[in-house]
Design a protein around this ligand. Structure first.
Ligand SMILES: *Cc1c(COP(=O)(O)O)cnc(C)c1O
Length: 409
């Protein structure tokens, strides 16, 4: 297995392709053949040559596999690759789980968010994360307060007053694509001894590595960019001490296990993350500029445009501007938005992101559906807003489809 030291010196693209692939087998096996891609170990249990070995492995004295809820070689290969991308030089570990929400749940639990503890969460968070905090952790006696993640003064005041156990933010928000100033927020949370949890689903380690910027725990929905092909559900949580040991223990006990098939497919997708992201960032820039000059379009939300409120932060904390673009129809309204959505021929109407296909969603009736209209308005999610997750198609084809649909909006 190529170790972390080798991997640290190699570049991101190289690590994405090779990390985690053990090219397993004894020297004797290698004389015949050995797999260059870690096989799918579809086995619930792993046996050993003798009971003494089993005893040492189960006791944690020797690395190895015993029972699949505790570990599986296909899952480990994926996790090794994730760790090499998320934190190549650091002492953190990555854990694969069954979904992005499972990853958030294990992260919050590892931060010891129990009865009487307080959590502080960005009001721009993914809807299910807010529900998780308010309903699931709320029922267990956790009190959650919300804050504007783009107002450092407010963050500082609330963190110092509440001394929360955990502070939860997203690297890039949905659907306005606001960019969080993680280094400044991390300084505030470190002083208050709060765990800073960053959902980096929109950023991916290609654009940003929050652990290097001072975050304590990073969460991903691997369903999106990491796997990248819209064909599996998975999550990732990455952290260093003391959280990594807690995450490992909780995952093993609660059973957030990802299956070996999903882990294998996600690992396969991860190998092309840099290629996909480079292309998606390029395409998103093209699409944003085409939309900006279209008279049917009102405001365009994209961190690479000078009108975006976080251009300065974006320059500092993300290496490129990402693959998402949101915009408002000049004619406003839900009716126009629906007419636009129905007129799309190439772009897929689907409430997800990060796939190779360009996906279009209507946030007011999808991700922000559960919110009262007044709250949506407050967050800037208008009825005439469309969010695009730009894919890897030719940018001219994407732009042409958007332009013909805009004619019908
Ligand atoms: C999709 C998503 C999640 C949830 O991930 P699942 O894999 O669907 O459980 C969490 N956070 C963000 C930002 C997401 O986009």
């Amino acid at each position: 297995m190529e170790n972390r030291k080798d991997s640290e010196q190699r570049r991101f693209e190289t690590r994405a392709v090779h990390s985690g692939e053990g090219r397993v087998g004894s020297e004797a096996d290698k004389k015949d053949f050995y797999p260059i891609s870690t096989p799918i170990y579809a086995s619930t249990t792993f046996a050993h040559p003798d009971i003494e070995t089993t005893d040492r492995i189960l006791g944690g004295e020797e690395p190895g596999y015993g029972y699949a809820r505790w570990g599986n070689p296909t899952v480990s290969a994926f996790e090794e690759a994730l760790a090499a991308l998320e934190d190549p030089g650091g002492g953190s570990r990555s854990f694969a789980v069954s979904s992005g929400m499972a990853a958030m749940h294990v992260a919050l639990t590892a931060a010891e968010l129990g009865s009487g503890a307080k959590a502080l969460a960005a009001e721009q968070l993914y809807g299910s994360t807010s529900v998780l905090l308010l309903q699931i952790f709320g029922a267990a006696g956790v009190e959650t307060e919300f804050f504007d993640a783009y107002n450092l003064g407010e963050i500082e005041e609330k963190v110092n007053r509440l001394k929360p156990r955990a502070v939860v933010i997203e690297s890039i928000s949905n659907p306005l694509l606001r960019v969080a100033d993680i280094p400044s927020i991390a300084e505030i949370t470190k002083n208050a001894n709060s765990a800073l949890i960053v959902d980096n689903t929109f950023g991916t380690p290609y654009l940003q590595r929050p652990l290097e910027l001072g975050a304590d725990i990073v969460v991903h929905s691997a369903t999106k960019y990491l796997a990248g092909h819209g064909d599996l559900t998975a999550g990732v949580v990455a952290a260093g001490p003391p959280y990594d040991a807690a995450i490992e223990q909780i995952r093993k006990t609660v059973g957030y296990t990802i299956g070996p098939f999903e882990a294998w497919l996600a690992h396969r997708g991860l190998k092309t993350l840099p290629l996909r992201m480079e292309k998606q960032c390029w395409n998103a820039r093209e699409v944003a500029s085409r939309l900006e000059s279209n008279p049917k379009v009102g405001r365009v939300h994209y961190p690479g445009l000078s009108v975006h409120p976080d251009t300065g932060v974006a320059e500092r904390v993300i290496s490129d501007m990402g693959g998402l673009v949101s915009f408002e129809l000049a004619s406003g309204g839900k009716e126009a938005a629906f007419a636009f959505m129905n007129a799309l021929k190439l772009c897929v109407r689907a409430p997800s992101l990060g796939d190779i296909y360009t996906l279009a969603t209507h946030p007011a009736t999808a991700s922000h559906r559960e919110l009262p209209p007044s709250r949506r308005e407050q967050l800037g999610v208008t009825e005439g807003m469309i969010r695009l997750s730009v894919g890897i198609e030719h940018p001219e084809d994407i732009a042409a489809d958007l332009e013909q649909a805009l004619e019908k909006a």
